[in-house]
Each structure stands twice: as C-alpha cells, then as structure tokens.
Design a binder for this molecule. Structure first.
Ligand SMILES: CC(C)(COP(=O)(O)OP(=O)(O)OC[C@H]1O[C@@H](n2cnc3c(N)ncnc32)[C@H](O)[C@@H]1OP(=O)(O)O)[C@@H](O)C(=O)NCCC(=O)NCCS
Length: 169
C-alpha cells in the first residue's frame, strides 16, 4: 500500500503491543521467506506469542513506533546504549522510508546519549539494508530459537563524529 505521507514517530506504549506483534509476525512471514524456512520463520515469530513478554521486551528498551497517516506500520528498539534489537516494518508498507526513519532516529538518540557505535545482529534479509546505511559485518552467527537454527550477521556502524547518522534534516 503506497501512502504519500511521510513516516512519523512516537514512543512505543503498552497499548501498542497487539499491533506491534502483528507487524512483527507479518514482517517475518512475508519479508524473510526468501532466506529462512517456514519452520525457522515460525520459531522467530514465536517471540510474539506471549504478548505480555513481548510487550515487556519492547517497553524495557527505547522503542519507537512509526506511523503512516496515524496508523502504526513499523517499530524499532534500542537495547542498552548501542544495540539495535528490533526493526520491523509491515510488508504492506516497505520501501516508503519507514525503516530508514526509524534507524535514523535510533542512531541520533544513541549518539546524543554518548554512544560511539551501534551494533545489530542483522537477519540475512535485512543485512543489505544495514550495509547501505554504513553498517559493516563483523561476525556470522547461528542462534537457536525453539530448536531451530537461524543465521544472522553482527554488524557495526561507527557514530563518532557522525551522531546524526548521516541524516541531515
Ligand atoms: C529491513 C526493513 C526494516 C526495511 O524497511 P523499509 O521500510 O522497507 O526500508 P526503507 O524503505 O527505509 O528502505 C531504505 C533503502 O533500503 C532498501 N531496502 C530496504 N529493505 C531492503 C532489503 N531487505 N534488501 C535490500 N535493500 C533494502 C530500499 O530499497 C531503500 O533503498 P533506496 O534508498 O535506494 O530507495 C524491512 O524490510 C523489514 O521489516 N524486514 C523484515 C524484518 C527484519 O528482518 N528486520 C531486521 C531484524 S535485524
């Protein structure tokens, strides 16, 4: 669905849990299908099955919700000072700068708080997105979730001297 609106951001609230979980699951099912098997996607998406736990994870981090025309379409979270834990855009709204707007904001917030770098364990389908934003692969990992092995890549971006994340307004 193409919207002419620019993505807007607001902090994640506990009442966003259901919509964030729906975005998370749809994003994995539709955007990760080329790189992960159905069993792997199910294991990955199972993190949203316990809504309370999922919401506590988002609420315990610096989580931003992106909206288009007021409707939530994606979210991203910063764990600790300098690790991107989650970045998910609803498949109906990709390619509209939602992911870029979210990561620009997290990079600025982390930089303003004194972080000199950001790290992310990027899924294979998202690695190119991060590479385009200046993240460099540092390590290949395999993690096990619900008995399924999933590969990802640890990536780092240096923020020192570029706390704006390269996004001039
Ligand atoms: C990766 C993701 C967040 C990108 O969101 P998005 O809103 O479509 O990203 P944007 O519209 O801001 O795209 C910015 C640029 O990256 C490109 N891009 C976006 N996703 C890409 C991908 N998966 N592979 C390659 N390029 C990608 C876009 O084409 C765009 O390029 P342009 O600037 O030349 O036009 C989204 O595809 C997603 O939610 N993926 C599934 C969940 C996931 O794996 N999350 C990461 C967990 S670490």
């Amino acid at each position: 669905m193409n919207s002419n609106a620019k993505p807007a951001l607001r902090p994640y609230l506990p009442e966003d849990a259901e919509i964030a979980a729906a975005i998370f699951v749809a994003s994995i099912e539709q955007l990760a299908a080329d790189d992960y098997s159905e069993d792997q996607q199910d294991a990955w998406a199972s993190a949203a099955e316990d809504l309370e736990k999922f919401s506590a994870r988002l609420g315990g981090q610096l989580t931003l919700l992106a909206t288009l025309d007021g409707a939530p379409v994606g979210f991203a979270s910063l764990k600790g000072a300098d690790h991107i834990d989650m970045l998910y855009v609803h498949p109906d709204y990709t390619g509209q700068s939602v992911g870029t707007t979210l990561i620009d904001a997290l990079e600025k917030l982390a930089g303003a708080r004194g972080a000199t770098k950001l790290t992310v364990d990027a899924s294979d389908n998202a690695a190119e997105f991060f590479t385009r934003r200046g993240y460099i692969a540092t390590q290949r990992n395999t993690v096990t979730i619900n008995g399924e092995w999933l590969a990802n890549t640890s990536m780092t971006k240096t923020l020192a001297g570029d706390a704006s994340g390269g996004a001039e307004q």
